[in-house]
Design a protein around this ligand. Structure first.
Ligand SMILES: [Zn+2]
Length: 368
């Protein structure tokens, strides 16, 4: 997941944008909840529109090849990409989902996340704030569980919410998160500032130097969302558009290690292959495998080796997605993303790198 570009921009200059949607949204909530309740009792079609999320899991969810992964059995997996807050009720289409998001009532799923990590052999994860503020996520969810999570810089923050963000402001946010809080990573929602500011056309990649300087001083990686996702369709972008923005940033700052979140995402063509091109074009490109198809993971490892590839889930809620393409609603689940690593054309040693060694090395954490 990521905060949609629209939401990200809303953290800046468009603070009042959601207000007009609120009354429609409050009407939509009971309807959506009702649909969900009705479908719980009714016979269900696998992956069908409106099927209560989490109630139609395929056999590979509980008994898939992920169970045989060495790192899972040894409970050593490190997840470099997850979130713990989402809307309590999901919509069953983009319109409903947009209205529910506009209400901004976020549910804390940290306990469910830890339970899911336990079930899937995931020792630790880089937790990234989304929707709820960075300060709340770090103090309420990450700090009490430092045996399970590492801190990553994220957005929104209490101070920047509703303000027009500039490279200087983002640089100060990074500095605070790195120096005061000991973040080991500029996580997705904070790293997305690189591409979101570029996309506004007010700034060039060179203008982002204040942000880059802080990152280089602390020598931490920067994670950015890449590719199509059912959660970002409202700010629709062709694959080559996002790829060019990411390429501009990678070229301008060769000393920063950028993690291309999702390796282009759930669609191999075109987004996954755009991410592969980027990974093959820049020495400072790293990727996380959250939502990626196995063919993309196989290819990227073939080209740049497993040490620049790391496991991610983009987990953000216990249930599968309630909207978006029927057949890919489970892409945020741990088992789905672990099955990808099991099904990709890899050796067991390469799988170990992807599942824990690469991220621990890049984040300068002790190996498991
Ligand atoms: Zn995400």
């Amino acid at each position: 997941m990521k905060v949609s570009r629209r939401e990200w921009l809303r953290l800046g200059s468009m603070a009042g944008m959601g207000v007009g949607l609120s009354s429609a949204a409050s009407k939509a909530t009971p309807a959506a909840a009702q649909t969900s309740a009705n479908h719980r009792a009714a016979p269900q079609q696998k992956w069908g529109m409106g099927v209560d999320p989490g109630q139609s899991l395929p056999p590979e969810a509980t008994n898939g090849p992920w169970r045989n992964l060495r790192a899972v059995k040894e409970r050593k997996v490190f997840d470099v990409h997850c979130h713990a807050y989402a809307a309590r009720v999901q919509g069953h289409n983009y319109k409903e989902e947009g209205e529910l998001h506009a209400i901004s009532k976020w549910q804390d799923y940290t306990n469910e996340l830890i339970a899911a990590m336990d079930r899937h052999g995931i020792a630790q994860a880089a937790m990234n704030s989304a929707h709820e503020t960075y300060e709340t996520v770090v103090s309420t969810d990450v700090t009490p569980h430092l045996d399970r999570f590492v801190r990553s810089s994220g957005m929104p923050t209490n101070d920047s919410k509703g303000k027009d963000l500039t490279p200087q402001m983002v640089a100060e946010i990074y500095r605070t998160h790195l120096e005061r809080d000991g973040c080991v990573l500029i996580g997705e929602t904070a790293g997305d500032a690189f591409t979101s500011l570029l996309r506004q056309k007010k700034y060039t990649a060179k203008d982002l130097k204040p942000m880059a300087d802080v990152v280089m001083k602390h020598d931490v990686p920067v994670q950015m969302h890449t590719g199509w996702s059912a959660t970002v369709v409202r700010s629709y972008q062709a694959a080559w558009h996002w790829a060019e923005d990411v390429g501009a940033v990678l070229a301008e700052y060769p000393d920063i290690k950028f993690i291309l979140g999702h390796t282009g995402g759930e669609r191999a063509t075109p987004d996954g292959w755009e991410a592969v091109r980027l990974a093959f074009s820049f020495d400072n490109a790293y990727v996380d495998t959250s939502k990626s198809p196995a063919e993309i993971v196989s290819e990227v490892v073939r080209g740049i080796g497993a040490e620049r590839v790391m496991f991610g889930s983009d987990w953000n809620r216990p249930e599968i997605l309630g909207y978006g393409p029927f057949h890919t609603r489970a892409v945020y689940q741990h088992w789905y993303n672990l099955n990808t690593i099991a099904n990709a054309d890899l050796t067991d040693d390469q799988r170990d790198w992807i599942l824990h060694k690469s991220a621990r090395k890049l984040l300068k954490l002790p190996q498991a």
